[in-house]
Design a protein around this ligand. Structure first.
Ligand code: GLC
Length: 559
């Protein structure tokens, strides 16, 4: 079985994971020092967010040089050392590749600004004259995912009129022109560069955005990416001018061939409904893609069930493994999301956070723990975002001056942005930096003083801690290969609960109702997110892994 079909992948947000040199930013040496922690946690692979030289306007997703390491994170030698260490521990390493845009500090973009209109240098990006008198209006109506227009006027260059350049994210992240063969060739060479160094795969940033429809047509009013959450039915991914443009498949077929030669894999950040995502998962394209459909579901049995069914059906149609995701560096922490009352949507759009809503931390934690047992029991691969294994809450009260996410600035403060999910990890000790960096160092984002109880040191070995729940779940999953790859079947259960079997008698029960859920008779509890008493009742907002008496469960999900 290919490792990536069932792998549990741990996402390392490098800047916030572990800071060995005390400069406030996490680094490669920090990751190396914590690899034994990850091995003991029981994951199979790590995905490291961008480590390339970057002005950090968007946390490293603004890459200035794709073939080097940012000095704040280390050197290429450190990256080689990390790969060697990880491989020695049996861990695979995936890195982030950011092909949709470069940093405005990238050599290509500097050249483009210095070059004339219509030049080969400008043709690597999307430069256009503006609309209206004096070219004063942006060339089309596209909006930046981070707020504001997706176009910025290039600085004065003596020519008239000035041109505009496209950036679907921050103005420091100009979009590359993927119709340009030079851009394609460059990224194929970048993939080879890192494959030669020994990475095991790539997570592809905004994988469905690279190509733009010819002529860069306006977005029809109702189909803007951000209107998806308001009215998903009106959003047609087949008719979008910059998302899911058909020719993308050809690009990924070429990438697939490159990865194949090195035995490496891809995971695409594809924000599309499952049926559309699956088209990127055909056997000669991407190996896997993030399951945002699942990650964005509210705490609701019907919603989860629908997402699980849609995911399994669309992945099985193309023979690809599903992935299951609860969080990442762009999404509010599960503890916050699931702690909100009722079935509120988990997220208000792409990365958009919008306003902070009231959320009950205790309820959120109970549900996040139950969700952990739910998603780790599903067939396929699973992603753990650093800190979710500790049950970290979202940090909601960051002072404005501490916020770094460009979303905050570009939305004029109406969207608080993603910093609250990126707070540096608490490892040990009683006060900040909680072992994230050496004593006295100042993490790049402030940590809450009350994270003492949530550190790895505090949770390790503490019965019932979230860390121990994850460790136990991953141990069981590892010991029972049928759990990741085996059969899947829904079993009858009370309203607003979920119960499914995974073959060999293994079953997972999740109680999303407000009533206690009686467990099937004869079920033996092997792990639970909250105590199950001798009455065999599963409390609301909790989940349990069971071994069922008798015949076990039939296979309906292909291995
Ligand atoms: C992806 C990344 C996000 C980044 C954006 C632009 O969504 O996960 O952090 O801001 O792409 O690169």
């Amino acid at each position: 079985m290919d490792w990536w079909r069932t792998a549990v992948v741990y996402q390392v947000y490098i800047r916030s994971f572990a800071d060995a040199n005390g400069d406030g930013d996490g680094d490669i040496a920090g990751i190396r020092s914590r690899l034994p922690y990850l091995r003991d946690l029981g994951v199979d692979a790590i995905w490291i967010t961008p480590w390339y030289p970057s002005p950090m306007a968007d946390g490293g997703y603004d890459v200035a040089d794709y073939r080097a390491i940012d000095p704040r994170f280390g050197r290429l030698e450190d990256a080689r050392g990390l790969l060697a260490d990880a491989h020695a521990l049996g861990l695979k390493v995936m890195i982030d590749i950011v092909p949709n845009h470069t940093s405005s500090e990238h050599r290509w973009f500097r050249e483009a600004l210095a070059a004339s209109h219509g030049s080969a240098s400008r043709a690597r990006y999307h430069f256009r004259d503006g609309r209206g008198p004096g070219s004063a209006e942006p060339p089309n109506n596209w909006r930046s995912v981070f707020g504001g227009p997706a176009w910025t006027e290039a600085p004065e260059d003596g020519a008239s009129p000035r041109q505009w350049y496209l950036h679907l994210f921050d103005e420091t992240q100009p979009d590359l022109n993927w119709d340009n063969p030079e851009v394609r060739a460059e990224f194929e060479s970048i993939l080879e560069f890192w494959l030669d160094i020994g990475v095991d795969g790539f997570r592809i940033d905004v994988a469905s955005f690279l190509l733009k429809a010819p002529g860069l047509p306006d977005l029809p009013e109702r189909s803007e990416a951000i209107s998806r959450a308001e009215d998903p039915a009106s959003w047609d991914p087949a008719a979008h001018p910059y998302e899911n443009v058909g020719g993308l498949h050809e690009i990924y077929r070429r990438w697939h061939a490159i990865a194949q030669r090195h035995g490496a894999v891809f995971c695409g950040e594809v924000h599309l409904p499952p049926a559309f995502t699956a088209r990127y998962l055909r056997s000669d394209e991407l190996h896997t893609a993030f399951n945002f459909d699942f990650a964005l579901r509210p705490w609701d049995a019907g919603a989860f069930r629908q997402s699980i069914d849609a995911t399994l059906a669309s992945c099985s149609a193309v023979g690809a493994p599903p992935t299951w995701v609860l969080g990442n560096h762009d999404l509010p922490r599960p503890v916050y999301r699931y702690g909100r009352p009722g079935a509120v949507p988990a997220n208000d759009g792409w990365n958009a956070w919008g306003r902070i809503e009231p959320s009950d931390r205790g309820r959120g934690l109970a549900r996040a723990r139950a969700a952990a047992l739910l998603y780790l029991a599903l067939p396929g691969s699973a992603y753990i975002y650093q800190g979710d294994e500790l049950g970290l809450p979202e940090v909601l009260d960051l002072p404005d001056e501490a916020r770094r996410d460009p979303t905050f600035r570009r939305s004029g403060g109406s969207d608080v942005g993603r910093d609250g999910t990126r707070i540096p990890m608490p490892w040990s000790g009683d006060q900040p930096p909680f072992g994230f960096g050496p004593p006295g160092s100042r993490p790049w984002l402030p940590q809450p003083a009350d994270w003492r109880e949530l550190s790895v040191e505090a949770e390790a070995g503490r019965p019932g801690s979230t860390l121990e729940l994850y460790r136990a779940a991953l141990r069981i999953r590892r010991d029972d290969p049928g759990l990741a790859a085996g059969s899947f079947r829904w079993l009858a259960s009370p309203a607003s609960t979920l119960l499914f079997g995974r073959g060999g008698g293994f079953a997972c029960a999740v109680n999303l109702s407000t009533e206690p859920m009686p467990l099937p008779s004869g079920a033996r509890v092997i792990l639970a997110s909250a105590r199950v008493g001798s009455d065999h009742i599963l409390a609301p907002d909790s989940a349990a892994w069971l071994v069922l008496d008798g015949a076990g469960t039939e296979a309906t999900w292909p291995s």
